[in-house]
Write a protein that binds this ligand. Structure first.
Ligand SMILES: [Fe+2]
Length: 141
């Protein structure tokens, strides 16, 4: 029997853009790797590696998402960017704490990551969906 994954991407998480859906699936997959590593009582070194991967991917994804929001003339970009920046800071903090052995990445950290990402996708990211789908935003020529 296959073990259930910590987070499962669902069709209702779709933001109307295949590239960004793919990114979100990759983020979820990194968080799932972290969950499995913790469950299997991995080394701190491996956790640091995964957090590092998460931070780099988060930065790459936010940058591309912001670029696409801009291209599709999404009107609430400034606010969205602030929320992204805060999450980058938060992820950097987690990495820093892990590097200094100040946290063992715990259940709480895992719940925080899961809740933040799912909430962000279904609440904030879904606001740009009509723009990605061409129902809003792009000037008519
Ligand atoms: Fe976002």
């Amino acid at each position: 029997m296959a073990t259930a994954r910590f987070i499962e991407w669902k069709e209702r998480y779709s933001v109307g853009n295949n590239e960004l859906d793919g990114h979100h699936q990759s983020v979820i997959s990194i968080i799932n790797d972290m969950y499995t590593a913790i469950r299997d009582q991995t080394t701190q070194q491996e956790l640091i590696g995964i957090l590092h991967r998460l931070l780099e991917y988060t930065q790459f994804h936010f940058e591309r998402e912001e670029q696409l929001m801009e291209e599709h003339q999404f009107t609430d970009l400034a606010k969205h960017k602030i929320v992204h920046d805060r999450m980058v800071q938060k992820t950097k903090e987690l990495l820093k704490q892990a590097l200094h052995d100040e946290i063992d990445v715990s259940k709480e950290t895992m719940s925080f990551l899961k809740d933040w990402w799912i909430d962000h996708i279904i609440v904030m990211d879904s606001r740009y969906k009509p723009y990605m789908e061409g129902k809003k935003g792009l000037e008519q020529h």
